[in-house]
Design a protein around this ligand. Structure first.
Ligand code: R5P
Length: 321
């Protein structure tokens, strides 16, 4: 078997270090910099000919830079004769434009899939894609992980009695995700009717409940400006929720996210480390690590073992910190 090598782009070096610790491997040696005009340059500082290479790079903000860097890294490993190149994208940017929902707009998720393949990626390892069907935009294998067990582990430790717990989906697009959490955690399900008109978001109705006096956990795939999840938190508080928690995989946190989250009526905000964030950003922010989950998935891909069984083998990777 070709030997396993893990390299990092510059977007989440700390996560790569933790993944390598899990795998008991050194982080691959590569130098990445910028030319004076901003163009990205890189040099792989070790031989990778015939090796099984994994490149860790979330395409988080600044998304155009992190994406371009990933493409350049893939191209470098292809030219350096790596046997197989897997792009590990803990966060897959540009995923929200995944269909033509009106005339004359792009499908950027498909464009990014084409770019990655064209650059030379042989496989993709992603986590909580905005829409699972993005896997079908690729003609190369995609392993799609979820951070749900990591988030559920945190919520379970809060010890909320099932009759007290309401899992709320902040929009209809996240119903399936919320339903899966409700199945694992117990409790009942409610949904917010969220409507977008241009950049304006309206969250006027709550379907399900009653939630007065209950503990609500709002689950989403990502928090960008925080408009959706904080609007949802205000609405459930208006409906009488006693305690509210927010849990999401990707903390994109741009625009007014910090102000929005600071003024949201919530106990804790739980995110994972797919995108690097200091826990000190907010007094009630909790960052959970997905490094062991990604590390184990990399090990299994390298050894040709089942990746889906990672979620059924009760491996307790989510208690590793
Ligand atoms: C929507 O479909 C997504 O799941 C998120 O709820 C949304 O994109 C988050 O964006 P923001 O935080 O800006 O409302």
């Amino acid at each position: 078997m070709h030997s396993l090598k893990v390299f990092s782009g510059r977007a989440n070096v700390n996560l790569t270090k933790q993944i390598c610790e899990y795998l008991d491997l050194p982080v691959g040696q590569i130098t990445i910099g910028n030319f004076p005009d901003g163009e990205i340059q890189c040099k792989i500082d070790q031989d990778v000919r015939g090796q099984d290479v994994f490149i860790i790079q979330p395409t988080s903000p600044p998304v155009n830079d992190t994406l371009m860097e990933l493409l350049i890294l893939i191209e470098s490993f292809k030219r350096a004769s790596a046997a197989r190149i897997t792009a590990v994208m803990p966060y897959f940017g540009y995923a929200r434009q995944d269909r033509k929902d009106e005339g004359r707009v792009p499908i950027t998720a498909k464009l990014v899939a084409n770019l990655l393949t064209q650059a030379g990626a042989n496989r993709i390892l992603a986590m909580d894609l905005h829409a699972a069907q993005i896997q079908g935009f690729f003609d190369i294998p995609v392993d799609h992980l979820t951070a749900a067990p990591v988030l559920d582990h945190y919520v379970r430790a809060l010890d909320i009695p099932p009759e007290q717990l309401i899992i709320v989906s902040p929009d209809e697009g996240s119903i399936k995700r919320a339903a899966t959490h409700a199945q694992t955690l117990g409790g009942s399900l409610a949904v917010i009717d969220k409507r977008r008109s241009g950049n304006r978001v309206e969250q006027a109705h709550l379907i399900g409940g009653p939630i007065a006096g209950k503990t609500v956990v709002l689950f989403d795939d990502l928090i960008s400006t925080g408009g959706s999840i904080c609007g949802a938190a205000h609405l459930v508080r208006k409906h009488g929720a006693e305690k509210i928690y927010i849990a999401a995989t990707h903390g994109v946190l741009c625009g007014n996210a910090i102000e929005n989250l600071k003024s949201a009526p919530v106990e804790n905000i739980v995110l994972t480390d797919t995108i690097p964030l200091p826990e000190e950003l907010l007094p009630n922010l909790k960052i959970l690590s997905v490094a062991a989950l990604l590390g184990e998935a990399i090990r299994r891909i390298h050894c040709n073992e089942s990746v889906s069984r990672l979620f059924t083998d009760n491996m307790k990777l989510w208690s590793v910190r």
